[in-house]
Design a binder for this molecule. Structure first.
Ligand SMILES: CCCCCCCCCCCCC/C=C/[C@@H](O)[C@H](COP(=O)(O)O)NC(=O)CCCCCCCCCCCCCCC
Ligand SMILES: Nc1ncnc2c1ncn2[C@@H]1O[C@H](COP(=O)(O)OP(=O)(O)O)[C@@H](O)[C@H]1O
Ligand SMILES: [Ca+2]
Length: 488
């Protein structure tokens, strides 16, 4: 009755299936279709399926049924606004889009308006003011985390202005963005793609867009003295990751390898920074940063905490807590920040859409100990199980570098450790002495922040991506090969 391609089987044979509406478009007359197959390491590929049937009327019946079924799927985008950063990563964004993504969109009947950016912040500013958003079902970003950051800045800002929300007020509840965002990875780290899809593969991302997947995501707003600075969805890092980013920008010509060289340099430099971190612990939620469970497709922790957040807002949260100290790194990971360099990420148990961020404090320690901590990002060992590392799941936090502290706070410090205070003052005034500098910078999703004293707040599920979170590996017999077709 039918003949499927060698890599496909008929729905119903698959014991581990979830609805996988995979049919993309009719390719050839009368009954050849593109379908999706799952491959190793969360990759998706297209497969062609040909149905042959000697009974003409039955064949026509199949065709019209398939068409009807496809027409009922409203979540699939039909018109997309695409921004390509031609200078991200290895400068392959345009080629990747033209060769791997555009043909799939065309086959799936998705129309596109493509803009190749001409300068930094071109995409952000176009989205903020010019783009006719009502014409599109989604925005596609071809580039790295920095390019994605441009897109969310444009979209979130525009949404707030359209809804009369003041983005400069840190206490405002932000309006959620209605357009979903797709990421075609073509940058250097691409951690937002990796942590939401499980792989950095342009074809897989294109297919998630085509089938109309949806993954909500938290966004942090960063303010300084009631002035908006930036939004962040992955890493906000002061100290080590800020310094790595600052140093790596001078080596952009090296491509993605710049991070490894700057990482090694900043590891050897071993700067620490003094300051005060205050945070509002997330109360009433399920999940902790030390959980063994991971945020995966259809995550119940995100569903539960997202619901809790919309019902009770922040009223149930406890008291602010304050920690002063000397830190090698202060990192806030709003998602795992998994990427090829660290497949489990900076905070492996962080959630994409639970309304919290994991605040990781790495106190001053020896180079050897810091290396132990860093190495654990690449192994099964727990990077938080060290005396000089602490992690808190929070809804808000603030950071104040020591030299920005008020006179009374500095006086208190002076009483605590008068000798050191005098020395550090001298060193600050004489940078040539080689002691630790007073300031680092914040690495905000790969962009450098100009302010060091910041006020950060998590906005639960503010944006939606064309993704479904990382899927658990399927345990069926040929799970390691190709998965089953569940087209209709
Ligand atoms: C010794 C090996 C240690 C490996 C430690 C790896 C930890 C990696 C965690 C990465 C978290 C990344 C979070 C994402 C940040 C991105 O938003 C952001 C922008 O991405 P884009 O360029 O695509 O726009 N990327 C970054 O800021 C890059 C951070 C990369 C950090 C690399 C650190 C390498 C450290 C190497 C230390 C070497 C010590 C060797 C001693 C013998
Ligand atoms: N046409 C352009 N020319 C120069 N810079 C650009 C352009 N378009 C975007 N950018 C900027 O390039 C930076 C890096 O982009 P990204 O795509 O994240 O690549 P990478 O992952 O290599 O850092 C971002 O800060 C972004 O704003
Ligand atoms: Ca989160």
């Amino acid at each position: 009755m039918y003949r499927a391609g060698p890599r496909c089987s008929w729905p119903g044979f698959d014991s581990c299936s979830r609805p996988f509406t995979a049919c993309l478009s009719r390719l050839f007359s009368p009954v050849s279709y593109l379908s999706l197959t799952r491959c190793r390491q969360h990759r998706w590929r297209c497969a062609e399926v040909t149905f042959t049937c000697s009974d003409g009327p039955l064949c026509q019946h199949w065709i019209s049924s398939i068409r009807e079924q496809l027409a009922t799927i409203t979540s699939r985008p039909k018109h997309l606004l695409v921004y390509i950063n031609p200078y991200g990563g290895k400068r392959q964004g345009k080629r990747i889009y033209e060769q791997k993504v555009a043909p799939l969109f065309a086959q799936a009947g998705v129309s596109t308006h493509v803009i190749v950016t001409e300068y930094a912040n071109h995409a952000r500013d176009h989205l903020k003011t010019e783009a006719e958003l009502e014409k599109f079902d989604g925005v596609v970003c071809v580039g790295g985390d920095g390019m994605f950051s441009e897109i969310i800045h444009g979209l979130i800002w525009r949404t707030q202005i359209d809804n009369g929300v003041d983005p400069n007020c840190p206490d405002e509840t932000l309006s959620g963005c209605s357009l979903r965002i797709g990421i075609i990875p073509a940058g250097s780290t691409d951690c937002i793609c990796f942590a939401t899809v499980g792989t950095n593969d342009p074809v897989t991302s294109a297919l998630h867009i085509i089938v109309g997947d949806s993954q909500p995501m938290d966004v942090c707003s960063v303010h300084h003295n009631n002035t908006f600075l930036r939004y962040s969805v992955s890493l906000l890092g002061y100290g080590f990751y800020g310094d790595v980013l600052t140093d790596s920008e001078r080596k952009r010509w090296m491509g993605p390898a710049r991070y490894d060289l700057s990482g090694l340099k900043m590891f050897l430099t071993h700067h620490y920074y003094e300051g005060t971190v205050s945070y509002l612990p997330a109360r009433g939620i399920i999940g902790t940063p030390r959980d063994a469970a991971r945020c995966r497709s259809g995550c119940v922790v995100c569903q539960h905490n997202g619901q809790l957040h919309s019902e009770r807002a922040e009223k149930s949260d406890g008291e602010w807590r304050t920690i002063r100290g000397k830190f090698l790194a202060i990192n806030a990971a709003s998602m795992s920040c998994a990427c090829p360099r660290s497949p489990k990420g900076l905070s492996p148990a962080a959630h994409l859409a639970d309304g919290t961020t994991d605040l990781i404090l790495v106190r001053k320690c020896s180079r050897f100990d810091f290396l132990r901590h860093l190495l654990r990002h690449t192994s099964k060992d727990d990077q938080f199980d060290l005396t000089f590392v602490e992690v808190h799941r929070v809804r808000r936090f603030r950071f104040m570098p020591r030299h920005c502290q008020s006179d009374s706070e500095l006086e208190l410090d002076l009483q605590e450790n008068s000798k050191h205070q005098i020395f550090s003052q001298i060193c600050r005034d004489h940078p040539a002495c080689g002691c630790a500098p007073a300031y680092s910078s914040w690495n905000c999703d790969g962009e450098i922040l100009t302010h060091t004293a910041i006020d950060v707040r998590v906005h639960c599920q503010l944006i939606n991506l064309f993704a479904r979170g990382i899927e658990e590996p399927c345990l069926s017999v040929d799970a390691h090969r190709i998965f089953h077709l569940e087209t209709l």
